[in-house]
Ligand binder design. Structure first.
Ligand code: ADP
Ligand code: MG
Length: 700
């Protein structure tokens, strides 16, 4: 009931309207800035609102002579004494220096690559300018490189505290900060007392701020703790997100009960024909999972089942057996896969298995031309029961496609938004849906995050697979390792080298993927090494990956976020740099990239200088434990104990603020609350309106 809830006086329809306008409606945002923001998963002003700081920077305001330590961040007034002679004629390659008088005494401002005329206009002679920067002592003289000009009213404060936001290349901190402040300005802050829509007792019990207050303080942290996921403001916002997520989950589950579905009674003969086309016999786990799925499919209502298991546990074969049953009953089937690389891989596998059975496998991605799409669609409708379509979410846009599908398998299900799935599920009859997760999901998470969704697990791997030999070493040993790689390469080995994609806002002493690539390329030659990270264009990723799998390049330097499912059976060496930054489950998942063939694979976990005792324990556990389910449980325990690892969530779902591993209790509470209450419409919209077709809210 929009408008009747007091909350609607803060999250008004007008605010919502502005929050979901294109980014270009914001001041000084053009197509280029918008595209840069997309890299941070920001597609609308709303997304800026939920882009929260990871730290604080404190600048001390200095107006009288005082002690300053080099490297301290300060704000101070300064009076320009001198522009260096010949200033305007200086080449831009020589640093330009401006001499000023300040509370620190004489101070030199240094500019590399500045436009002299611009510098001059910013620092006019004999004028006083307020600047922020970090002073250094250079040969007895104080010097500040690239100071920022600040408004003079800052001199009235003792400190200036600025939020540090995650950035991306090409985006300046001040630009992002200003945009976020602008978007916060959409809300009628006079009505902030009306921003609450939760029961007051509930907020009091947890000591939570009101929604509006939480939003404000999340963007105005004073200490580092304010930026942690356990701060009251963050928890409050995380709770809202948990609630919205649970709300949608409830709707999805409802479609499994209220919508009619197909009864695909198991066609044994076709099932056996498919098994005969596979180059292996099923493991008993695979058989059990398939039986569970076939039982669901035989019933007249739609299947909603989750299949989870480690990378390499053989989910693809289960997917194929699922699809076979819909085909046997004259319906088509589709397999949604999150990336182009995985799509191509699945197409190859399915062609091998289904071609002998006279079934056609089509690939449809965002790049497929309109003409091709129409042609494929025509054949789907013409001869139903003999087509499998494999592709990315681009597939789901069209009603006619969806209607021809008897079953939909969603690989790496967490990459697809709930909104998309709602579209898929809400039609009648509703297709059977099998969701697949490439990480084992701990029991407690299953219950709270996935609700009463039925699940099947692949707990053991296909036989003949050896455990990956896992070693733990200090980063100090990296030179020795690089030397040894030379020998391995001569034996024709392929090597994965994983390191972080360090963004500008991170100050940690880690080597990023670009630097490591440069080092290895210098050592082994550019031909032998390639670089892959999530920020690349899909086409580039594809071709780089292809080069590696064909053996044209021998070392693939990559970030951890890329393509978990990729299959390069003859890659047997994996090196993970700064392994202490990842969670157990994530390391285990990365480790699953090697040892997919029959040779003995090796994984080397390198830890940096700052490794804690707990991280060390975690790394050593990996040496002896190879059970993804056990590791996932252990990982969850560690996270709940507040032992926050790195910045990445190990788990299966991407949220904006909520971290399901740490905020599990909030998820449980949200589920309980939902039994009696429905969140008001404008609150739901605020969190869940999709900003792009393939985004939507993350989740099951
Ligand atoms: P997942 O999708 O779970 O990561 P895949 O389905 O890609 O795993 O399977 C990993 C590898 O194991 C593939 O090369 C596949 O051909 C092989 N495989 C799957 N099932 C079996 C089995 N029952 N016996 C032997 N090999 C299998
Ligand atoms: Mg897979």
């Amino acid at each position: 009931m929009v408008g009747t809830h007091p909350h609607a006086r803060f999250v008004t329809d007008e605010v919502l309207h502005r929050l979901f306008a294109p980014l270009q409606t914001l001041p000084k945002v053009g197509i280029k800035t918008a595209e840069t923001l997309h890299r941070l998963d920001i597609f609308t002003p709303r997304d800026l609102l939920f882009h929260l700081p990871t730290g604080v920077q404190i600048h001390r305001v200095i107006t009288t002579p005082t002690f300053v330590s080099p490297g301290e961040s300060i704000i101070l007034p300064c009076t320009v004494i001198k522009h260096p002679t010949g200033f305007s004629r200086l080449s831009r390659r020589i640093p330009a220096k401006v001499l000023v008088e300040s509370p620190l005494g004489l101070l030199q401002l240094v500019f590399f690559q500045g436009f002299p005329s611009y510098i001059k206009s910013q620092f006019p002679l004999h004028q006083t300018v307020v600047i922020a920067g970090t002073p250094e002592r250079v040969r007895e003289v104080w010097q500040i490189t690239h100071p920022t000009v600040m408004p003079s009213q800052y001199l009235q404060k003792k400190n200036l505290i600025e939020a540090i936001y995650p950035l991306t290349q090409g985006l300046r901190a001040t630009v992002l900060r200003n945009l976020i402040q602008h978007v916060l300005g959409f809300f009628p802050w006079d009505n902030v007392r009306d921003s609450e829509w939760l029961n007051p007792d509930m907020c009091a019990k947890h000591n939570w701020p009101l929604f509006g207050e939480a939003l404000w303080s999340a963007h105005h942290p004073v200490t580092l703790e304010d930026c942690s996921s356990s701060s009251p403001a963050r928890k409050r916002l995380a709770f809202d997100e948990a609630l919205m997520y649970q709300y949608y989950l409830q709707n999805i589950r409802a479609t499994g009960k209220t919508h009619s579905g197909y009864a695909f009674v198991t066609h044994r003969q076709n099932h056996i024909r498919l098994l005969e086309a596979m180059p292996f016999a099923l493991t008993s786990c695979q058989e059990t999972a398939i039986t569970e799925i076939h039982n669901d499919m035989a019933k007249p209502y739609p299947m909603r089942r989750l299949l989870h298991g480690d990378v390499g546990s053989g989910k693809t074969a289960v997917a194929a057996a699922t699809i076979m049953q819909a085909l046997s009953h004259g319906k088509n089937a589709c397999l949604l896969s999150p990336t182009e690389i995985l799509t191509k891989q699945h197409i190859r596998t399915f062609q091998n298995w289904f071609f002998p059975l006279g079934i056609r496998v089509h690939g449809v991605t965002g790049k497929t031309s309109h003409v091709d799409r129409s042609r494929i669609l025509a054949t789907l409708v013409d001869s139903p029961g003999s087509h499998i379509v494999i592709g990315t979410h681009a597939l789901l846009h069209d009603d006619a496609w969806r209607a021809s599908m008897g079953v939909v398998v969603i690989d790496e299900q967490h990459r697809f938004g709930v909104r998309q799935r709602m579209q898929l599920l809400a039609q009648t009859p509703s297709p059977d849906v099998l969701m697949m997760s490439a990480t084992p999901i701990p029991r407690t998470m299953l219950l709270t995050v996935y609700g009463d969704l039925k699940t099947s697990a692949l707990k053991t791997k296909p036989q003949g697979r050896k455990d990956v030999e896992t070693r733990v070493m200090s980063c100090d040993r990296i030179h020795t390792i690089i030397e040894k790689l030379g020998a391995l390469l001569r034996y024709g080995e392929k090597i994965f080298w994983v390191c972080p994609l360090v963004e500008e806002s991170e100050h940690m002493a880690v080597i990023d993927v670009h630097t490591r690539y440069a080092i290895l390329a210098t050592h082994f030659g550019e031909e032998a090494v390639s670089l892959l990270h999530g920020r690349m264009k899909p086409e580039d990723k594809d071709s780089i990956f292809l080069r590696f799998s064909r053996g044209e390049s021998k070392i693939l330097v990559a970030t951890s976020v890329i393509e978990v499912g990729v299959d390069v059976p003859d890659a047997n060496v994996l090196i993970i740099e700064n392994a202490e930054r990842y969670g157990l489950a994530q390391l285990h998942q990365l480790r699953g990239r090697v040892g997919r063939g029959n040779a003995q694979a090796v994984c080397i976990l390198l830890y940096g200088e700052t490794v804690s005792a707990t991280s060390m324990r975690r790394l050593t556990l990996l040496r002896t434990c190879f059970d993804g389910f056990a590791l996932a449980e252990e990982d969850l325990k560690l996270r709940q104990g507040g032992d926050v690892i790195g910045t990445q969530q190990s788990g299966s779902i991407r949220f904006r603020i909520l971290n399901p591993e740490e905020h599990l209790a909030l998820m449980i509470e949200a589920r309980a609350l939902l039994a009696n209450e429905t969140p008001p419409q404008n609150q739901r919209d605020l969190w869940q309106k999709p900003h792009r077709d393939n985004q939507g809210i993350p989740g099951v």
